[in-house]
Design a protein around this ligand. Sequence first.
Ligand SMILES: Nc1ncnc2c1ncn2[C@@H]1O[C@H](COP(=O)(O)OP(=O)(O)OP(=O)(O)O)[C@@H](O)[C@H]1O
Length: 388
Amino acid sequence: MAHKGDLVVIGISVGLALGILIASLIFFGIWWYKKRSNLQQCSNESTLPTVPIRMNGLGTSNDFSASLASSVTIRGSEHSQKSSPVSSWWNHHSKDQFASASGILRYSYKDIQKATQKFTTVLGQGSFGPVYKAVMPTGEVLAVKVLASNSKQGGKEFQTEISLLGRLHHRNLVNLLGYCVDKGSHMLIYQFMSNGSLANHLYNDEERFLSWEERLQIALDISHGIEYLHEGAVPPVIHRDLKSANILLDQSMRAKVADFGLSNEEVFDEHTSGLKDRLNPKCSTLVVSFAPSFKAGMSPDGVDEILDKKLVGECNIEEVRDLAAIAHKCLQKFQRKRPSIGEVSQAILKIKQRLLDREMSREFSRVLSRIEDQQVELSRMASRKDGD
Ligand SMILES: Nc1ncnc2c1ncn2[C@@H]1O[C@H](COP(=O)(O)OP(=O)(O)OP(=O)(O)O)[C@@H](O)[C@H]1O
């Protein structure tokens, strides 16, 4: 017969064992429940929309899709995404489901028709098709590029522009804000650039004169935009149609690079030489800023001959020469002799810094001379008072 003390020990042990078992069951139950609800949440998120589709220019619909995410490479994301062909999303996903993971909104044909007053607000005409100004019911002003139905490369360009611009965001690039695929029309919707193209400002005498300071800033803006395309985008993007018509100016005359219709990611070949033809687009970056007729092979000393006549006497010729020297380097025949776009930006920044220093010392001497004038005036008043 068991001893009374033994029974107590056995009872406590059994109790402890049961307690541990129950605690483990509770712990396991909570863990399992949490895991299950996490999994459920993840599967819900993967089918959930990332971006609302705007309908009628007002609200948002519940028609969402994350489908583009697989075909769009966002900076810092896995390189493997690059292998998704641009056209695959177009062929394999319903148009109604398409929405970009990068915040591009979808508009209906009716929205755009209304916002462009039945397509009467023409801003210009490019090889892609006409561009219209659109005022949305919210007051937002946009630029709508309509893909001409007879455009040869239009369909492909349209796909390229959406997939490229959807993932490229920089203050010196004209951002794609939306698109419209409706009633057989394809449209791209961009931020509106109220001061139009740089080409217009350079070649149209009726446009306001661009000062040297503004031109230098425009060159810097362009080089920053291109630097982002070459060195910030993954994979890098080469514009391939960089010209003053594709540089647009905002209300503060700050420049943004536009029109990626001819951009082509295929120029990047990571297995061979990296960026093929790496520096070609850089050549035109600076040239537009001061001399419409700058030519390859021209010495930077010849800059006086090609300087925009409107700038003569209105700029610091040393700064002009320095900028010409950078442009000249960009036009070198051999690629290895040309600077990288990062070097170009740095070089322009230095010129801008000198310009700012010059402006500051000019302002300083202006203030000094004002103080001197006041001192003279004060001593004159003091001597007059002494005379009284
Ligand atoms: N986002 C915008 N904001 C304001 N105006 C614009 C905008 N985009 C284009 N435009 C105007 O529409 C015109 C045509 O633009 P588009 O980009 O279609 O052609 P392009 O660049 O002039 O020529 P191409 O297509 O041959 O390169 C531009 O010159 C500009 O005046």
